[in-house]
Design a protein around this ligand. Structure first.
Ligand SMILES: [Zn+2]
Length: 331
């Protein structure tokens, strides 16, 4: 029994196909000098650290600087997700990283919305966009990203996030930003506790985050785990990525199953399909094999994902009903 799956944590720039990279490089005259594209955009077996991991975003960052490039990348990714039979995907990106050649924030967001809608075509998959502020970005740019989210909310954008090197700037610096989002009714998730700092998770929940990106560090604190359970926070966990960046040293030490057994709403996601060379299918297979999850646990995690999705409520109810009919009423 394979559940209908949902990916809540997926970065656009880390999920480009080699075909799109080749096409975009050709368009801007970027000389790949005979290099193997896969090696430039995927960490492969030899990832030693987060630094190695982040190098794989250099080329996509250079290529995604025009509306055409963004539209093509979003369309191609959405098509691939729909072809995998996903029920729902939330795709995230930081508009401010795509404005180096003169695009405005509006042009960036509209290009990605167009691409996503074209990619969805007539498929039954649902998709939404999350706009990411950057931990290492200027305050004004982050504020602009959240303003963009407010103006495109319900028009393709479903929420916001903050990504980038956690810890470089203290989480509390972003409190006003998230309090503002909360006040404006913009749903948000926060990359928090990817590695060592469970206090960031507690802070994120206090700012009003309904979901946490990664959240591995919660395992260090009973208080933090109790809070996640009590507040029904959804954890977007990305096991392959966590192992590659060394956020978690080994699969045996990955807290996904421990959280699940405590009743915390955990989900499994890809983070970066290309950089991590993964898919929801691969993630599911890995956690089933190495963590002792049963098929019904995977169904439960996908239901958590749907419940935690930032879709508007009416649409969410419909999609959950469809999911339940498919997963629980089988004869
Ligand atoms: Zn992420």
């Amino acid at each position: 029994m394979k559940p209908l799956e949902t990916d809540l944590h997926l970065h656009l720039d880390g999920s480009l196909s080699a075909k799109v990279v080749r096409q975009l490089a050709g368009q801007i005259g970027y000389d790949l000098e005979g290099q193997d594209i896969r090696k430039l955009i995927s960490v492969g077996e030899n990832c030693e650290s987060l630094i190695d991991y982040l190098k794989c975003f250099d080329l996509p960052g250079r290529l995604l600087q025009t509306a055409e490039a963004l539209e093509l990348a979003a369309m191609d990714l959405t098509q691939r997700l729909a072809a995998q039979g996903l029920l729902l995907a939330e795709i995230r990106f930081a508009p401010q990283l795509h404005m180096k050649k003169g695009l405005t924030g509006q042009q960036v967001v509209e290009a990605v919305i167009r691409g996503m809608n074209r990619g969805l075509g007539s498929s039954s998959m649902k998709a939404g966009l999350l706009l990411c502020a950057m931990v290492n970005g200027p305050d004004r740019e982050n504020e602009e990203t959240f303003e963009l989210a407010a103006s495109y909310l319900g028009k393709g954008v479903v929420g916001v996030d903050i990504a980038g090197p956690e810890g470089l700037v203290p989480m509390s610096h972003f409190e006003p930003l998230f309090k503002g989002a909360y006040k404006n009714g913009i749903p948000f998730t926060i990359h928090a506790g990817e590695t060592g700092n469970f206090e960031n998770i507690i802070k994120a929940v206090h700012y009003g985050a309904r979901r946490i990106g990664h959240g591995c560090a919660a395992i260090q604190s009973e208080v933090c785990m109790d809070l996640l359970k009590k507040e029904k926070i959804t954890l977007e966990m990305c096991v392959v990525s966590n192992l590659q960046t060394r956020a978690v040293p080994s699969i045996k030490e990955h807290p996904l199953k421990a959280f699940y057994d405590r009743g915390i709403r955990v989900t499994y996601n890809t983070d970066n399909m290309t950089v991590s060379d993964t898919s929801l299918e691969k993630e599911a297979e890995l956690i089933r094999r190495h963590m002792g999850f049963l098929p019904e646990d995977l169904v439960q995690m996908n239901r958590y994902a749907l419940e935690g999705a930032f879709l508007e409520n009416a649409e969410k109810e419909k999609i959950i009903a469809f999911f339940d009919k498919n997963n629980y009423n089988e004869t």
